[in-house]
Design a binder for this molecule. Structure first.
Ligand code: IPE
Ligand code: IPE
Ligand code: MG
Length: 257
């Protein structure tokens, strides 16, 4: 009725084109997590260096953050750099580590104006000083903001996060603050980097890869997954609407009936 038939450039199947208003008729997912993948392939297709794909991907982060905020999404977690991404060539890692500074220099004023609260999960101790400084500045300057939580997973790995939580819990038991019997799911969740956030409702992964690549293994236990062949630099507001529309059609049972 309200919708046009829409065909994405990258996907051969036809789908309905949604408007923001269509989507807002039903509850939107509160926490959306995205594995932003395909920057390198996007660049390769254009005979550009991989860095060009990362730069373009950064513009998409900006666009999708704005749109998520408009949709009233409460938390947007973006997988920006994994604990495994250090294996990449030094020059690519260096470029990726400069992106937060570059991104935040131009985007931070807008994030502040839009009441966005920037957060980070991941081990920041291993980040170069300039990366850590840029991120810390964004966190500090937006910490009182009450709008969208923009949560970057930067040098994040779920296994490292869980291992850290296990160590924390072992220490508490050793110190006598906790007994083994008292360890429950709540205790484990409270030792994860996401302790103040609800679990993602919707996970999106771009670029056609159907895997988690060490992302939020605990938190995604009951999340709805949406995979697309679209490469991250080609991801648009319409793709996000498509993912949310699909989410709204699904019946979440959490093990019940
Ligand atoms: C995602 O794009 C960005 C990061 C992992 C930092 P990729 O760089 O993984 O792009 P592909 O998968 O090689 O196309
Ligand atoms: C996952 O993408 C990490 C990020 C998007 C930051 P990768 O491109 O690193 O994942 P794999 O290596 O294909 O599993
Ligand atoms: Mg990749």
């Amino acid at each position: 009725m309200f919708n046009k038939i829409w065909r994405s450039k990258e996907q051969s199947n036809f789908s309905i084109e949604y408007t923001k208003e269509d989507i807002l008729r039903q509850p939107v997912p509160e926490h959306v997590a995205i594995i932003m993948d395909g920057n390198g392939r996007w660049a390769k297709k254009r005979s550009l260096p991989r860095a060009a794909g990362h730069y373009e991907g950064m513009q998409v982060v900006r666009k999708i953050t704005r749109f998520a905020s408009e949709l009233g999404i409460k938390v947007l977690t973006l997988y920006a750099f994994s604990t495994e991404n250090w294996k990449r060539p030094k020059s690519e890692v260096e470029y990726l580590m400069k992106l937060p500074e570059q991104f935040l220099t131009t985007f931070l004023p807008e994030l502040i104006a839009e009441n966005v609260n920037v957060r980070v999960i991941g081990n920041s101790n291993q980040l170069p000083e300039y990366t850590r400084r840029a991120v810390e500045k964004a966190i500090q300057e937006t910490k009182h903001n009450t709008g969208l939580i923009l949560n970057f997973a930067l040098n994040y790995g779920s296994r490292a996060e869980i291992t850290y939580a296990v160590k924390e819990i072992a220490k508490r038991v050793q110190q006598g603050d906790l007994t083994a019997e008292q360890i429950d799911e709540e205790v484990v969740a409270s030792c994860l980097m996401t302790k103040d956030l609800k679990d993602p409702d919707l996970l999106i992964r771009t670029s056609g890869e159907i895997r988690l690549s060490n992302f939020m293994l605990w938190q995604l236990a009951y999340t709805e997954f949406w995979f697309t062949d679209v490469l991250w630099p080609d991801f648009t507001e319409q793709h996000l609407l498509q993912a949310i529309a699909e989410f709204q059609r699904r019946g979440r049972r959490f093990g019940g009936v």
